[in-house]
Design a binder for this molecule. Structure first.
Ligand code: ADE
Length: 418
């Protein structure tokens, strides 16, 4: 079996951490138990490009339990947990191609190695695997039946491909499931972003001016959690509806040029490029901290920051100090990559439980139904979404009410009014 990881001797540590994460994933585990009996993915080759974390390992176990042959590469050069990669190779015999800290060339070499297993299904997080397949491996695509995509950024890229008519197989947008983005993007990113900032800096959040760029589900989660820790939260937005929402959620809203002068900590979660750039760095306070929790490291214009700086040094792990020509120091966390996965461990397992339950059930659905689908981006079927919510509630010992017959009738009627 081919693989490329940092150190196989880390497997034991990885196995214990995976066991710990698995405890927080009852929904995925119930799917795994069913898969073990029914084998719905028998002989299905899956190439997955995901953050190599303990939660991803539980998903890999689940797919394997269903009979799939899985290979895995990283969806970000800095998010791989090397002990998890080792455990997947040693204990599950899964070919893993991922090393924390790999350079860009190795990152793509690993994606290509993962594709060499000739997948029938692709599972992506950010669409680097799918785009590599479409750009460089046209021959292999003929065998691909379908794919899934985990994240907002990836879904945007894949929709752009579908719109231009270049997407060559159907993809299910796991991100669009309610049991994914309402929880993973909001509570997952909210908590793990703060966790990453704290682990990297040990700063005090209380009393700080905390600027959140972008008020999508991730931005909402980060703002909510920063506020709860006593920060004075400022939101920047380009969308009037979201800006209004942020205002009525109790946050100050202003353009980034104004926020740049006030902020102590800045978090970008927009999914777009150069949200903080050369126009903003000189305005910032001495000691401003910048980080990103969007998928790619493009939201802070780091090349422009490097040009504006007279010196740069690593001051502690995950913290680079840039001294500008005006003498002010700006601190960038995790090289501008996803701070929750570079300095912390990503989203906690109870939210990944739902995201990855969507992945597992979407793959099962595609194995049965992909023949009838077009080369488009599809939503997760509503029935899967609701079933995951039901299973999650049950795992939390929460029961809910049921509509009475007369309530159901009322909801389908029009006659009764004032
Ligand atoms: N994305 C965010 N958090 C994650 C995690 N814990 N595992 C895999 N992907 C993630």
């Amino acid at each position: 079996m081919k693989y490329d990881i940092k150190d196989i001797s880390l497997a034991k540590k990885g196995l214990l951490r995976i066991e710990w994460a698995s405890k927080g994933m009852p929904v995925l585990n119930s799917i795994k138990q069913r898969f073990e009996v029914e084998k719905p993915l028998k002989d299905i080759r899956i190439s997955a490009c995901l953050h190599v974390t303990t939660e991803t390992a539980v998903l890999m176990e689940t797919l394997k339990a269903g009979g799939a042959e899985v290979s895995l590469c990283a969806s970000n050069p800095l998010s791989t947990q090397d002990d998890v990669a080792a455990s997947l190779v040693k204990n599950l015999r899964i070919p893993v191609f991922a090393i924390n800290g790999e350079d860009n060339r190795t990152y793509y070499k690993h994606i290509n190695a993962c594709l060499e297993t000739r997948p029938l299904i692709t599972m992506d997080d950010g669409a680097d695997l799918v785009t590599t397949l479409h750009k460089e491996n046209k021959e292999m695509i003929k065998a691909v039946v379908a794919g899934t995509e985990e994240t907002t950024t990836g879904v945007i890229r894949l929709r752009a491909m579908a719109d231009k008519g270049v997407l060559l197989y159907p993809i299910i947008a796991v991100n669009d499931a309610l049991t994914k983005h309402l929880f993973d993007n909001r509570y997952g990113t909210g908590q793990s972003t703060i966790d990453g900032i704290l682990r990297a800096t040990n700063m005090l959040i209380a009393g700080s001016n905390f600027v959140v760029c972008g008020y999508g589900w991730c931005g909402k989660g980060v703002s909510m959690r920063a506020k709860a820790m006593g920060a004075k939260v400022i939101v920047t937005e380009v969308d009037p509806l979201r800006a209004l929402e942020a205002t009525m959620d109790g946050f100050q809203v202003m353009p980034i040029k104004e926020a740049a002068r006030i902020g102590d900590i800045f978090v970008t979660v927009t999914g777009d490029v150069s949200v903080i750039d050369k126009n903003h760095f000189p305005l910032m306070k001495d000691g401003a901290i910048l980080c990103n929790s969007g998928h790619f490291n493009v939201e802070i214009a780091l090349d422009e920051l490097a040009k504006a700086a007279r010196s740069r040094r690593a001051i502690r792990q995950h913290v680079d100090e840039y001294t500008l020509k005006n003498g002010k120091r700006i601190y960038v966390l995790g090289e501008g990559r996803l701070i929750n996965l570079t300095a912390a461990e990503g989203h906690p397992s109870p939210v990944m439980d739902m995201s990855f339950a969507n992945q597992a059930l979407s793959v099962e659905y595609l194995v049965k139904k992909a023949d009838g689908l077009n080369n488009m981006v599809y939503s997760v079927p509503g029935e899967i979404d609701r079933e995951i919510a039901r299973l999650k509630l049950a795992s939390m010992n929460i029961s809910i009410d049921k509509l009475t017959k007369s309530q159901e009738r009322y909801l389908h009627s029009w006659e009764l009014g004032t």
